[in-house]
Every structure is written in C-alpha cells, then in structure tokens.
Design a protein around this ligand. Structure first.
Ligand SMILES: NC(=O)c1ccc[n+]([C@@H]2O[C@H](COP(=O)([O-])OP(=O)(O)OC[C@H]3O[C@@H](n4cnc5c(N)ncnc54)[C@H](OP(=O)(O)O)[C@@H]3O)[C@@H](O)[C@H]2O)c1
Length: 262
C-alpha cells in the first residue's frame, strides 16, 4: 500500500474504515514501498486520536545496529506523523549481532520513542537464542507467516511462544488471498463452514488464525468492503467440531518445517 498515487484515496479510506469498524492495530515497516506505506498510514491517521491506535513498524536488518537504528526510527516516526511507536519490530535477522540489536531496541525504549519492541521472522532457535540474551525476554511479540495452509509454527514455535507468553502476530493470514496454490478458498470444508455462518471464506480463514489465545492476524487490504469484512471476522467463533474439520483438512505438520517467510 502507498505505492500507487491513483489508489491513495481508496487506501486511506480502507484504513479509516478499519478503524471505524473497531480495528486498533496497524502494522507497517520502513521497508514497505521504501517508506511510502508509512507515509500513507501517517496521512490516514492524521485526523484520528493517536491514543486509540496500536502502531507497529519495523526496522530493516541493515539498520538494526547501534549506529543506524535511531536514524531509521526517527525517519519512520516522521513519515507516520507521530512521536512514538507502540511496537518496533526487528524485521528479520541480518548480520548485526543479535545482542547489539536488542541493546539498541532497549535503549530506544528508554527514550519513549518506542513503547515496546519485538522480532519478526524468528524461528524456534532464534527465539531460544533471544531469550538467552540480556533483556531478550523483554520482547513482546514475534511476527511470522501463519495461515491455515502454512502451519509450520504449530510444531515448535507456537508451543514455545505459548509457554513463554509471547504473542504471535500472524502475517499473510489469508495466504495473500490464496495466491500460493494452497487451495484454501476452494476447499469444500472451508466453503461449507463459511456457508453455515453466512460469512466469506476469508472470514473463516481469519477466524481460524485467531482462534488460539495470543494470536493476532494482520490481513492487508486496500478495499473498504474487504476491510469491514475482515474486522467483522473477530466476531466469528468456530465451534470445536469446525476446528476439528479444518484440522483434518489442513493438518499441522508432525515434523519440523523450514520457517515459511515472504
Ligand atoms: N513481518 C514480515 O516479514 C511481513 C511479511 C509480509 C507481510 N507482513 C504484514 O502482514 C500484512 C498482511 O500480509 P500479506 O499482505 O502478505 O497477505 P494477506 O493479508 O494474507 O493477503 C492480502 C491480500 O488479500 C486480499 N484480501 C484481503 N482481505 C480480503 C477479503 N476479505 N476478501 C478477498 N481478498 C482479500 C488483499 O486484496 P484487496 O486489497 O483487494 O483486499 C490482498 O491482495 C502486510 O500488510 C504486512 O503488514 C509482514
């Protein structure tokens, strides 16, 4: 979002429609459109009470150092037209030592420019390494790819995060509109559950992602209609029988899978 000037008004309308419908979390990153997504979010939020919103942005691996992170953060804040982030995520692991990144995230938290920090695209070994570092267990979230057709996290990451009370932010929760051939939207079980509840297939996919405690879904949409529908998915509760049916149609892996990333 934010890449196409001719779509700007539509995208701003979609973000505001989400907030009007009750969404409170916005996830963006300095990487997205080289800052253009943050700028779009900043414009969309201009007339909105900042306190209502939980604003997340992310620092690129090459900027996650003592020398560069503060500069990146200030640029994000400027584009977002705010003086603080609720959550600043280390977007994915790069060459900067993890201990240095964590120390800098903690230092920036002390300045008040970020209320909390977390990580993204961390696998089980990364999380365990993080927890061994001074202050590493102060991370408040891990953001990984997770949807009904990509359940690698169910094997080790999610059980570990539950045990350590570290929430998961699930990205690509509807598999980018089923763009990767997982056949989620044509699956008979998914279709039948959607018909039963008089909701869309995408709402079923979102309800499945958030049915576990401490799992947040961050679907992306540039459409007001889709946004309103996606927020309403929070009110859809799948029954134990429906969850079992979905589990049978898309089983969790029984062995360790490589971390799915985008
Ligand atoms: N941490 C990371 O490394 C990372 C990586 C990737 C993404 N993310 C975050 O996760 C967010 C979502 O991930 P994503 O964009 O990859 O995938 P996604 O949310 O699974 O899918 C987005 C796609 O689904 C479509 N869509 C959304 N709602 C729909 C609905 N109700 N009905 C039909 N189509 C619908 C959207 O098109 P329309 O615009 O037409 O609705 C868009 O093409 C991103 O915006 C980003 O903030 C994080």
């Amino acid at each position: 979002m934010g890449d196409r000037p001719d779509q700007r008004e539509t995208e701003i309308a979609a973000i505001r429609a989400g907030i009007a419908a009750g969404a409170r979390v916005i996830d963006t990153a300095e990487m997205y459109g080289s800052g253009r997504a943050e700028d779009l979010v900043g414009e969309a939020l201009a007339p909105i009470d900042r306190q209502q919103i939980y604003l997340i942005s992310k620092v690129l691996p090459e900027n996650a150092s003592r020398q560069r992170m503060a500069v990146s953060l200030d640029a994000s804040l400027r584009r977002l037209r705010t003086d603080y982030l609720d959550l600043y995520l280390y977007h994915w692991r790069g060459n900067v030592p993890l201990a240095e990144t964590v120390a800098e995230l903690q230092r920036l938290q002390q300045t008040g420019k970020i209320r909390s920090w977390g990580v993204s695209n961390f696998d089980i070994d990364d999380l365990k390494e993080l927890w061994q570092l001074p202050g590493g267990d102060q991370a408040v979230a891990n953001e990984d790819l997770y949807h009904l057709g990509s359940r690698g996290l169910d094997y080790a990451v999610l059980p570990w995060q539950r045990e350590h009370q570290l929430p998961l932010i699930a990205y690509s929760p509807i598999a980018q509109g089923d763009a990767w051939g997982h056949h989620l939207t044509t699956n008979e079980t998914v279709k039948a559950i959607a018909a039963q509840h008089h909701v869309s297939i995408y709402q079923v996919l979102l309800a499945w992602v958030i049915h576990q405690p401490q799992v947040l879904a961050i679907p992306q949409t540039s459409s007001v209609a889709h946004m309103t529908q996606n927020v309403a998915a929070a009110d859809l509760t799948l029954s134990p029988a429906e969850l079992t049916q979905l589990d049978q149609a898309f089983p969790a892996p029984t062995t360790k899978q490589p971390l799915d990333i985008l």
